[in-house]
Design a protein around this ligand. Structure first.
Ligand SMILES: Cc1cc2nc3c(=O)[nH]c(=O)nc-3n(C[C@H](O)[C@H](O)[C@H](O)COP(=O)(O)O)c2cc1C
Length: 235
């Protein structure tokens, strides 16, 4: 519950202004609630006690949840570089609207009591061979992007994605669900995954295009739905 330096809070705002979004035509805003006095926590079932809560608001346009997920996960990764831990709160309720913008999700953040990072192997994730269908042998840069995508967070850790792997392309599919219980957050979780794709590409000096390929989107699949493809080029 320790206060965070004002310069760090300002840096989060500045980072948000510059962060690439998946769909720049969708207007968003963020707001930070100071809860260092413990009296301003949002209400909710799986709430997390934290000194600050960041809310993202968005216009309700097609794929706005995915767009918001991509921005918020980049913010979460950026906070890590400032020494701050964070946790999405999909189940807390919010009351305020901002003009014509809807609140999408709240993320708790602050200095973490324990270690800020862990080894990738300690994250509970579906192993790569169960997630992917390999159509071609992936290049090593494609493998880096696949691994970062695999580690993305998702609501209830549902990992609703499957990957079809080519040499320098990854086609991302969403698993169709029998019961749509947690499906509400799937699109947001995909946004988190695409944030990992963008950050990895930048870190490795790769050029990546995230696009919807017409020839795939027109096909019907029995147990999955096509989302987007990452086309990766090394510089
Ligand atoms: C859209 C979304 C909503 C989430 N909601 C909650 C939540 O309400 N409470 C919580 O403790 N964690 C929440 N999480 C965190 C996930 O449970 C967590 O990322 C996932 O279980 C993987 O765990 P890890 O990130 O620690 O590896 C949420 C994550 C996402 C992407």
């Amino acid at each position: 519950m320790e206060p965070v330096e004002a310069s760090k809070l300002a840096a989060i705002g500045a980072f948000y202004e510059e962060a690439p979004s998946l769909f720049p035509g969708i207007r968003t805003e963020i707001g930070i609630t100071d809860n260092t006095d413990g009296k301003h926590a949002p209400k909710g079932f799986f709430g997390v006690r934290a000194p600050y809560y960041l809310t993202i608001y968005s216009e309700k346009k097609d794929r706005f949840m995915m767009n918001a997920g991509c921005i918020m996960e980049q913010l979460s990764l950026y906070m890590l570089t400032l020494g701050l831990g964070s946790c999405f709160l999909g189940s807390v309720s919010y009351r305020q609207k901002r003009d014509d913008l809807e609140p999408v999700i709240i993320m708790a953040f602050g200095k973490s009591a324990g270690a800020l990072t862990r080894r990738a192997t300690e994250a509970k994730r579906i192993p790569m061979h169960e997630l992917c269908i390999f159509k071609e042998e992936p290049r090593h840069w494609t493998q880096d992007v696949m691994e970062a995508a695999r580690l993305a967070p998702s609501a209830m850790n549902s990992q609703p994605w499957r990957f079809v792997i080519m040499k320098s392309r990854i086609h991302f599919f969403s698993k169709k669900r029998d019961i749509d219980r947690f499906g509400k957050w799937d699109e947001f979780s995909f946004g988190c995954l695409f944030a990992h794709v963008l950050v990895t590409a930048e870190e490795q000096w790769l050029d990546v295009d995230l696009i919807r390929l017409e020839n795939i989107s027109q096909k019907n699949f029995r147990s999955s739905q096509y989302v987007l493809s990452a086309l990766i080029k090394a510089e």
